[in-house]
Design a protein around this ligand. Structure first.
Ligand SMILES: *Cc1c(COP(=O)(O)O)cnc(C)c1O
Length: 354
């Protein structure tokens, strides 16, 4: 770092993304991407004609994709705002509601970016420990000061709150913003999106990175009351009105309209998840019940780091978090059935070697 960095950022600790080896032949089960390609409709939409239009700026209001997403959820376009990945939407929420010393509340074990965004905007973080079984202390969430950020299902545990629990939290936090980050909701939890009309303090954040096979396109969106959309849009238009490129907007529209392909992919992941959970349990793992496209599991025969390292040596990448409450575990993204068979076979091989 140089001597010129603003003093406000001297202690900043940026987010560490999972490894993204470029090239190479890893089975990549470390960043919760989909093993499946985008919808064939997405591929058709990214044609030569649309590539030629890259000479023009994209629609800053993302009109078409916004309407398509609103149509899918049965809400109005003024209740939807697109961002460059849900990370950007989350950043805008921190900017809009937690800047300059306002509280940002989140749990100790959750998406690591919340802490980073809190630091970026100068929020006061309020960190709530999860219970010993990694479930959320709902009463602590209700009492939490300022804006509350909850991932549902949570990461990296995969545990989900049900719709009554979510509504209870949002309802009891009247007068305070509650952001529900639903990056993994399509894999087994209920979306809080139907509640946005009833609760003007609720922001539901979703992404096309996981369940719609578009991590590389960077499409996320907020669903919430019109006044909140205006707040978030103010952040976007004060930062980068063109944050979503033309091709990604086309991809978003095509993906949201191909419900059949979406359902096929999601159900393949859910089946592969059940297969993997059973296999891991047979191999002596503690497996936390997952409602997401990953499994959080404790190998027991070795520490999380050793299991991660041995898998990597054999060409399989999973995610290990070296923090006190998480280091015995690994987070394994659910890939294709074949990839999960390889994970289980490789684990058997490792068990034979030790
Ligand atoms: C992956 C993930 C995101 C970010 O998704 P993008 O839309 O790719 O930026 C946000 N929240 C959680 C909990 C995630 O796991």
């Amino acid at each position: 770092m140089s001597e010129f960095l603003s003093s406000a950022y001297k202690n900043m600790r940026p987010y560490t993304p999972g490894e993204q080896p470029q090239g190479g032949s890893f089975i990549k089960l470390n960043t919760n991407e989909s093993p499946f390609m985008p919808s064939p409709k997405v591929i058709d939409a990214l044609n030569r004609e649309n590539i030629e239009r890259l000479k023009l700026y994209p629609d800053p209001g993302a009109g078409v994709a916004t309407s398509d997403i609103a149509g899918y959820y049965g809400i109005k376009p003024h209740n939807v705002l697109l961002g460059n990945g849900s990370d950007e939407i989350l950043a805008f929420c921190f900017m809009a509601y937690c800047a300059a010393g306002a509280y940002a509340s989140f749990t100790d074990i959750t998406y690591g970016f919340y802490k980073v965004f809190a630091g970026l905007v100068g929020a006061k973080p309020h960190v709530m420990p999860l219970n010993d079984d990694f479930t959320i202390d709902i009463e602590a969430g209700i009492r939490a000061p300022g804006s509350l950020f909850l991932a549902n299902p949570n990461a990296p545990t995969g545990l989900a709150l049900n719709e009554n629990e979510i509504e209870h939290i949002v309802k009891s936090r009247a007068g305070k913003i509650t952001v529900i980050d639903e990056a993994y909701v399509d894999f087994g939890a209920k979306s809080a999106a139907p509640l946005i009309e009833k609760y003007k303090t609720l922001i539901v954040v979703q992404t096309m990175s996981k369940s719609r096979n578009l991590a590389g396109a960077r499409i996320g969106f907020a669903l919430c009351d019109k006044a909140l959309i205006e707040d978030i849009a103010m952040m976007k238009f004060s930062f980068n009105p063109y944050s979503i490129n033309r091709l990604s907007l086309l991809a978003a529209s095509a993906a949201i309209k191909d419900d059949e392909y979406f359902k096929t992919c999601v159900s393949a992941i859910i089946n592969a998840r059940a297969f993997t959970a059973d296999g891991l349990k047979e191999l002596g793992f503690d497996v936390i019940k997952s409602s997401a496209n990953f499994i959080f599991a404790k190998p027991k025969r070795v520490g999380g780091l050793e299991y991660y390292t041995r898998l990597k040596e054999k060409g399989i990448l999973v995610r290990h978090f070296d923090t006190p409450r998480l280091r015995d575990y690994v987070r394994i993204t659910i890939g294709s059935h074949d990839e999960m068979e390889k994970l289980l076979a490789t684990t058997k091989e490792i068990w034979r070697e030790i």
